[in-house]
Design a binder for this molecule. Structure first.
Ligand code: NAP
Length: 509
């Protein structure tokens, strides 16, 4: 393990009364993805020094470090999918590859000197609130520490969801999830099954199709597809952006206005959704000549209900002779085959599960234990709650960023993260200014907020579009989404609102 103790933790190691051996930090950030980077920058800007970062992996980065599947790329334009304080003139494509985004994250981490404050290889396994000293007691992979405040940036599409299919654990070939690609098991020349047809699968299938002997794509629900307007950025363009950085702001501003001001409105309106659907169907017709395959690939829910799939390569790959799209539901996995409801046994050597993530039931649910000892998962039940997408009643001084109630279908998630970071920073400033030891959102404020969210979401396509998706929780509510524009979320998170919180003075030193 290459963990580095931070100054904050070292200085305070012996200063917590009765707990001399346990390091203490004023604030702990969990994760070094976009949230970790944005928090680190904001803390530095605010001149706050007493913080450290926990990172479960041996390297910094978030989902773009963990997802290394062939073909991985971002379907949001690069200048928008960047941190506002770290514009990048060197994006090589208009929509960058996963590896390029991870490189960017690592460069930003270096610029922020994040390594000096990061405990690498330390996963947060348990966090318990201690009311007396008003702090969190944290247990990581190999250590223990305490912290007054925890900012969880563990991510929203981070924890792989494996399908619960009878017999899957007895499969004798290679099997892995798309987000944990096994590069030691090359798929070239093998018979491969891909389960799922979401945003990950539509990038994986075209990338592996030319190499594999046979590819069976198990599709439960076909998605709406629109082509991606992607291209290389020329060296001359990059030089220009380096010389005139304002041009990057201009590009970012334009993409933001288009997505938040135009695209959001179009997707929110049933009539214009019909137009998108017609365009998508026309695109399908232009790409797939076989009427039987075309019928299989035609969605039966409203566009926007699931995330729209933005790709030029999916349909051409499915039309190749070594690819079969199977729509009969999977009933069983045997040691060498996937069995479907029509009785067919599809012999395969490898299975790729592109089956999505635990979004509204994240691992953090079992990690954090609040004021009454119950875990977040126990408190949430089927319907997770996060006031302003950040705080939960019963969990003082815990700020979770970019997770419940913040997902969008049209915008860069990085912008949502930066909005929430501003809210947290204002909360910290309020705590300092008022001498507070703890802030905890009031249950009634949280419920009122949740009701408002559900009202706003009720008529959106996520709730009415006739599909199931990761935007919905186990109770069928669109808990994962922010049901409005990114501008609206920024407005709602501009200022910490102490009136919605129970404020507890700092304990006497
Ligand atoms: P996903 O959208 O949740 O899709 C999972 C797929 O697996 C769906 O097609 C689902 O079918 C299928 N599935 C799940 N369990 C199954 C089972 N037991 N049997 C058969 N099929 C099963 O997951 P994802 O594709 O990994 O994408 C998740 C999100 O990550 C995206 O929506 C997007 O926000 C993000 N992402 C972004 C990019 C990007 O370019 N920015 C790229 C990749 C991913 P049903 O549809 O029937 O449930």
């Amino acid at each position: 393990m290459t963990s580095t103790r931070t100054r904050a933790a070292d200085q305070d190691a012996a200063s917590t009364p009765g707990d001399e051996a346990v390091p203490h930090a004023g604030l702990v950030v969990v994760g070094t993805g976009f949230t970790g980077l944005a928090m680190a920058h904001a803390l530095q800007q605010a001149g706050i020094d007493d913080w450290l970062v926990l990172e479960k992996s041996a390297q910094v980065g978030g989902v773009w470090r963990d997802n290394t599947y062939p073909g991985i790329a971002c379907d949001i334009p690069s200048h928008l999918y960047s941190l506002s304080f770290a514009p990048n003139p060197d994006w090589p494509r208009t929509f960058s590859d996963g590896a390029q985004i991870w490189d960017y994250e690592q460069r930003v981490a270096r610029d922020l000197r994040l390594a000096e404050r990061t405990w690498l290889g330390e996963e947060l396994l348990e966090a318990r609130w201690e009311a007396g000293p008003a702090r969190w007691r944290l247990r990581t992979t190999t250590r223990e520490l305490t912290a007054n405040v925890v900012v969880d940036g563990g991510g929203v599409l981070a924890e792989p969801r494996l399908p619960a299919i009878p017999g899957i654990e007895d499969f004798a070939g290679t099997i892995f999830h798309s987000a944990r690609w096994n590069h030691d098991e090359p798929l070239a020349g093998r018979r491969v099954a891909v389960i799922g047809t979401g945003a990950s699968a539509i990038q994986i299938v075209p990338a592996i199709q030319p190499q594999v002997a046979r590819l069976t794509v198990f599709q439960r629900t076909p998605g709406w597809v629109i082509p991606r307007n992607d291209r290389d950025v020329t060296e001359a363009e990059r030089r220009l952006l380096r010389r005139v950085p304002a041009l990057m702001k201009l590009q970012r501003g334009w993409q933001y206005v288009y997505r938040d001001g135009v695209l959001w409105k179009l997707l929110a309106h049933r009539g214009s959704r019909r137009v998108f659907e017609r365009l998508s169907r026309a695109y399908l017709r232009s790409q797939i000549a076989d009427p039987e395959l075309r019928a299989k690939l035609t969605p039966d829910f409203e566009i926007g209900c699931k995330r729209i799939l933005i790709t030029n390569r999916w349909y051409p790959a499915l039309a190749q002779p070594n690819v079969h799209v199977e729509t009969s539901p999977i009933t069983e996995v045997r040691p060498h085959a996937v069995v479907t409801a029509d009785g067919a046994e599809h012999e395969v050597d490898a299975i790729v599960c592109a089956t999505g993530f635990h979004v509204t039931d994240p691992p953090a649910g079992a990690v954090f234990h609040g004021r009454d000892g119950r875990s977040l998962a126990e408190v949430w039940g089927d319907s997770p709650r996060a006031y302003r997408g950040v705080t939960t009643a019963g969990f003082p001084n815990l700020f979770r960023i970019g997770s419940i109630g913040t997902g969008t279908g049209h915008m860069s998630h990085v912008m949502q993260i930066e909005s929430a970071v501003r809210y947290v920073m204002d909360a910290l400033a309020t705590m300092r200014a008022r001498g507070l030891g703890a802030v905890e959102v009031r249950g009634d404020a949280q419920e009122q907020y949740a009701r408002r969210m559900h009202e706003m979401a009720r008529d959106t396509v996520w709730a009415t579009g006739g599909c199931s998706s990761w935007y919905l929780d186990a109770g069928g509510e669109p808990s994962a989404v922010w049901p409005s524009t990114a501008w609206h979320y920024r407005k709602w998170t501009r200022r910490f609102d102490p009136e919605a919180y129970v404020l507890t003075p700092a304990p006497a030193p």
